[in-house]
Design a binder for this molecule. Structure first.
Ligand code: PHE
Length: 347
C-alpha cells in the first residue's frame, strides 16, 4: 500500500505539472482526490491493515493528499496567470496607432438656404406650414383664378393622375394659399416651402421637380409697399446689404397687380458681359429673376370666404434652387440633385 501511495504521489505530481488549462486541472482533481478517485480507492483498503500499520498508512495517505492539494493550488495559480497573460497578449491595444477619422455629415446646400430663408421670415412673424404634393386641380388652378384652357393646365406641362385631370402633382406652392385661407381668418402670415412638379426636360436651369417657397400675408390695409418691404429685407439678408433689386410688372391670374423681382447679376454687376463676352450667369440679361409676387386677387380671397372689401393681401413664390444657385454660386441645377459627395462637400 505504501508503494501504491508513493506511485500515486509521483504520477500525480507529473500529471499536475503537465496540466496546461483550468479544465485539465479540474479533471485531475476529480481523478486524484474525488470520491471515486485513486486516493479514496486506496484508503478504502485500510480496513485490511493491522492496527499498527493503520496509523502509519493513514499518516502517509494524508501526506500524499496534502502534497497533491498543495501542488494543485500552485498549478491553479500558475495556469490562471498563464491564461490571463495569453488573453492580454491577444487583446492588446496599441494606443499609439492614429485613430480613424469619423466624417460627420452636414446639411444639403438646398437645406442650408431653405433654413436661412425660413429663419428670416420666422423673424418677421411668419408661420411655416406644409401641404400635399398630390393636389386637386381645384386648388392648384381653379380657385387660384386660373381658367379652364389656361396653358399651364396643359397635359404637356402638368403631371395628372386621373383621366378627368382633377388630381395632379402640384405645379406650384400657390395652392397652399387656398388651403390656408379656407381654414383661417385674417390676420394670416404664412410661409409654405415644398416640392413642385412640371413636365420639363432636365438641363442646367430646369428640372421636372424643384422647390418653391410660397409666402402669404392677409390682413386689413395690406399694401404693395408691405410686399416690397418684406422681399427687399429678405434679399438683403441673403445676398448682402448692397444687393441691387428691381420689381418688374408681370401677370399672374391669382394676383393683381402682379410683378416679378430680379436681382442684379452678381457676376457682371448688371452689364451683361464679362471681358467682352456674354455673361454666363445671367445670359447677358444683367438681371436674375428671383420670384413672382403680387397682391392677392380679390376673386381668390372671395373663393376662400374672405371679404375682399375689408381685407387685402400679398403673396410671393420663389424658386429655392434659383435662390441657392445665386447664393452658393452654382451654375448647373442638376448638381443639386445628383448628390455627388465631391460636390456636396464644398458646402
Ligand atoms: N406660383 C407662381 C409661379 O409658380 C409664383 C407666384 C406666387 C406669383 C405667388 C405670385 C404670387 O410662378
Amino acid at each position: 500500500m505504501k508503494q501504491q501511495l508513493e506511485s500515486i504521489r509521483q504520477a500525480a505530481m507529473a500529471a499536475l505539472e503537465n496540466a496546461a488549462t483550468p479544465a485539465d486541472l479540474e479533471e485531475l482533481r476529480v481523478k486524484l482526490l474525488g470520491k471515486k478517485g485513486e486516493l479514496t480507492a486506496v484508503l478504502k483498503q485500510m480496513g485490511k491493515l493491522s492496527a499498527e500499520e493503520r496509523p502509519v498508512m493513514g499518516q502517509l495517505a494524508n501526506n500524499v493528499r496534502a502534497a497533491i492539494e498543495e501542488k494543485l493550488e500552485q498549478r491553479k495559480t500558475a495556469v490562471h496567470a498563464a491564461v490571463l497573460e495569453a488573453k492580454l497578449a491577444a487583446e492588446s491595444i496599441d494606443v499609439t496607432i492614429p485613430g480613424d477619422e469619423i466624417e460627420i455629415g452636414h446639411q444639403h446646400p438646398m437645406n442650408q438656404v431653405l433654413q436661412q430663408i425660413k429663419d428670416i421670415f420666422v423673424g418677421l412673424g411668419y408661420q411655416v406650414v406644409e401641404g400635399p404634393e398630390v393636389e386637386l386641380a381645384d386648388y392648384n388652378f381653379t380657385r387660384l383664378n386660373i381658367e379652364e384652357g389656361h396653358p399651364s393646365r396643359d397635359r404637356s406641362d402638368t403631371f395628372y393622375f386621373t383621366d378627368d385631370d382633377s388630381v395632379l402633382l402640384r405645379t406650384q406652392t400657390s395652392p397652399m394659399q387656398i388651403r390656408v385661407m379656407e381654414n383661417a381668418k385674417p390676420p394670416i402670415c404664412i410661409l409654405a416651402p415644398g416640392r413642385v412638379f412640371r413636365k420639363d426636360e432636365a438641363d442646367a436651369t430646369h428640372s421636372p421637380m424643384f422647390h418653391q417657397i410660397e409666402g402669404l400675408v392677409v390682413d386689413e390695409n395690406i399694401t404693395m409697399g408691405d410686399l416690397k418691404g418684406a422681399l427687399i429685407s429678405c434679399m438683403r439678408k441673403i445676398y448682402g446689404e448692397d444687393a441691387v433689386m428691381r420689381f418688374r410688372p408681370h401677370h399672374f391670374p391669382f394676383t393683381e397687380p402682379s410683378c416679378e423681382m430680379d436681382m442684379q447679376c452678381h457676376k457682371c454687376h448688371g452689364t451683361g458681359e464679362i471681358d467682352g463676352a456674354v455673361c454666363s450667369t445671367c445670359h447677358g440679361e444683367g438681371w436674375i429673376e428671383l420670384l413672382g409676387a403680387g397682391m392677392v386677387h380679390p376673386a381668390v380671397l372671395e373663393n376662400c370666404g374672405i371679404d375682399s372689401t375689408k381685407y387685402s393681401g400679398f403673396a410671393f413664390g420663389m424658386g429655392l434652387e434659383r435662390m441657392a444657385m445665386g447664393r452658393l454660386k452654382i451654375t448647373d441645377l442638376r448638381l443639386i440633385f445628383d448628390n455627388d459627395v465631391r460636390f456636396l462637400n464644398q458646402f
